[in-house]
Design a protein around this ligand. Structure first.
Ligand code: ADP
Length: 641
């Protein structure tokens, strides 16, 4: 009784417990029809046990599908298996268990099932999983971002390093103790110390000359005391020290950085030797030009587009007898008579409009005198090439102009007198030849018809008379040839000197062979000449070189050298030479050398002709010689382009 009582109590407790737990407990027969059903879980599904008992599982689950977990599990339990399965039903998730229900003999008579509603747990799990996933994604995202930042940072550090290393400027990093912590290749090149030598050493010891170190230390101290320094965030120029002890100018700009509580200084230094030199060169050149402008005896002035003076050099100020300040801002109208000022302004306008240069010789009446002024006016451009004014340079050319006019008059006069001379020499020679010929004929007659009546002395006198007649004829001819140089000259054109010399040597074949002369020459140029006259010139010189040789055979060399844009042709010999006093004289007509005049035939006209020819070609002729040492005759002539 007690046992039964106890059993009932226990059964009631169990039922109470089962009814209270949020589960559903049921039994089915082997046909899978609910035989009982209870549990607080039913309430959640809004079901009552009597709605279910008697219902088949297929109806309950509204399916004939034998594989549906709610059915398959019971089938297996009917086979004696214990089956755990999960089932989602009516929006709830159940963790279920099906167990065979046996009778006292152990035969399966149905199934006892229990299902625990785990919907909330599942939902919580799902939320947790989702949260986890979100967190993981976020972590993933953060990791990626961090990686990207790290890569970017590394790249940026490398980039900065590269910039520092490639920089043209020396870069030096310095810590709070003044020790070097960075030193780029440009610093190596600038100061001569390698990076490894520099790192860790005191900056001042390395690059600052002893006398500046105090200033440097004060600058650093000032910074640590006040947070500011005259050396920081500005450009400072000072003398730096190279490893080899030499000092050179540098420009420094330094900045301070505070990273955490660590101070560091970035110092950029630039070698400004070249800049200083070019600045100096610019200053020198400016000084040179301003000195030239100020001291040149020419007037220089500038005006703006409105014709107002902007600059006047000293000469122009003196000309106007006014200081620069009184000239600047004024116009021509303030200093010149109206008519003249209007002309100047019109000239300026033309230059501004056309952009062209104005170059003219102006005539000005000053009292009874005429002044000539050379005026050169040009437009003044700004850096973009726009015309911003005019510049005038003018200077007095009265003397030159008068001299030129005089020269013109002289040369017209000369031409006229040359023509007259030619006429005169033709007439004179003609008139002289005629009586000479008569004298010659009479001498001949005397010789021919009175030979037997004349004694030896008379015949000798007659012979001398004939000789003099011949010589007189030669002199007259020579005189004409000198005059012909100017009057019968042909226009100058390119002539090959070498060809001319070859013709000369052909003409002189007899003399060369007779004397055994050796004539050599350089490669001779093409020159601007009258070929006939050039031949005459060279033939006279080479002929003389052969003639005035006393001992041995003549050795002659014809040379060609450059001389101030012209050619200098030289004829050198190993002849008797010419004393200094004769060296000028022999170029005059009928002038012969002092020594041994009678020993060598000639009239003293050859060199006079040479001089006239050289001068007609715009050149000159001279001789370099010492008696007994040979002579070199030289003349200059323009080369052909
Ligand atoms: P010429 O030969 O008829 O006397 P030139 O005018 O040719 O006339 O020469 C003038 C003078 O210059 C000569 O009399 C001679 O004294 C001197 N002379 C010219 N050429 C030479 C020479 N190559 N060497 C030495 N003396 C020279």
């Amino acid at each position: 009784m007690h046992a039964e009582e106890a059993f009932r109590k226990s059964e009631a407790t169990l039922r109470l417990m089962v009814e209270q737990i949020p589960a559903i407990v049921w039994t089915t027969d082997t046909e899978l029809r609910f035989t009982s059903c209870t549990g607080a879980g039913l309430t959640r599904l809004n079901l009552q046990p009597d709605q279910i008992v008697g219902m088949s599982l297929h109806d309950y689950y509204a399916t004939q599908d034998e594989d549906f977990p709610g059915i398959a599990s019971h089938r297996r339990a009917c086979q004696g298996e214990s089956v755990n399965f999960e089932l989602e039903w009516c929006g709830h998730v159940f963790q279920s268990h099906a167990e065979p229900l046996r009778d006292a003999h152990g035969a399966v008579i149905g199934v006892v099932g229990v299902a625990l509603d785990v919907t909330e747990r599942k939902r919580a799990e799902e939320d947790l999983r989702r949260l986890n996933q979100t967190l993981e994604q976020q972590v993933d995202q953060r990791t990626k971002t961090l990686e990207a930042i790290t890569t970017e940072l590394r790249r940026s550090v490398q980039h900065s390093r590269l910039i520092v290393d490639m920089a043209n400027e020396a870069f030096i990093g310095m810590d709070a103790n003044g020790r070097i912590v960075d030193w780029n290749p440009a610093a190596e090149a600038t100061f001569g110390w390698t990076r490894n030598e520099a790192l860790g050493r005191a900056l001042d010891q390395m690059i600052i000359p002893v006398r500046h170190r105090k200033t440097f230390h004060e600058g650093v101290r000032e910074f640590f005391q006040t947070g500011e320094s005259t050396l920081l965030n500005t450009r400072v120029e000072f003398s730096a020290l190279h490893r080899d002890g030499q000092e050179f100018p540098v420009e420094m700009s330094a900045t301070h950085i505070l990273l955490g509580d660590e101070h560091s200084f970035n110092v950029f230094l630039h070698d400004i030797r070249e800049r200083r030199e070019s600045e100096q060169a610019l200053r020198d050149s400016e000084a040179l030009y301003s000195s030239l402008v100020e001291h040149l005896p020419v007037n220089i002035l500038r005006k703006d587009l409105q014709g107002r003076f902007t600059f006047a050099n000293r000469a122009f100020c003196e000309l106007l007898d006014k200081p620069l300040e009184e000239i600047q801002g004024k116009t021509d109208m303030d200093f010149y008579p109206e008519e003249l000022a209007s002309k100047y302004q019109a000239d300026d306008r033309r230059i501004i409009e056309s952009g062209e240069t104005f170059d003219d010789i102006e005539r000005h009446k000053k009292g009874r005198k005429t002044l000539y002024v050379h005026v050169l006016k040009t437009p003044v451009h700004d850096a973009e090439g726009n015309i911003v004014g005019t510049q005038a340079i003018f200077w007095d050319v009265t003397d030159k102009q008068l001299a030129e006019e005089k020269m013109k008059r002289y040369s017209t006069e000369l031409e006229r007198s040359n023509r007259e001379l030619e006429y005169f020499t033709t007439i004179v020679s003609h008139d002289l030849h005629a009586p000479l010929r008569a004298v010659g004929s009479y001498c001949e007659l005397l010789e021919r018809e009175y030979a037997s009546k004349l004694d030896a002395t008379a015949q000798e006198y007659l012979y001398f008379a004939r000789q003099s007649v011949d010589r007189m004829h030669a002199l007259i001819e020579d005189l004409r040839s000198v005059a012909r140089v100017t009057t019968s000259g042909k226009p100058l054109k390119p002539v090959d000197c070498q060809e001319v010399l070859e013709a000369v040597l052909t003409n002189l074949t007899a003399e060369i062979e007779q004397s055994g002369a050796e004539v050599t020459h350089d490669v001779l140029p093409i020159v601007m000449a009258d070929s006939t006259q050039l031949m005459q010139l060279l033939q006279n010189l080479v002929g003389n070189a052969i003639k005035y040789c006393k001992d041995g055979s003549p050795v002659i060399h014809v040379s060609a050298d450059r001389d101030n844009g012209r050619w200098q042709i030289g004829v050198r010999d190993n002849g008797i030479g010419i004393c200094t006093e004769d060296q000028k004289r022999i170029f005059e007509i009928f002038q012969r050398g002092h020594a041994d005049e009678d020993e060598y035939s000639g009239t003293g006209v050859g060199l006079a002709v040479c001089k006239k020819i050289a001068e007609r070609h715009g050149g000159r002729i001279w001789v370099e010689s010492e008696p007994g040492q040979g002579s070199t005759f030289r003349f200059t002539v323009r080369g052909a382009k």
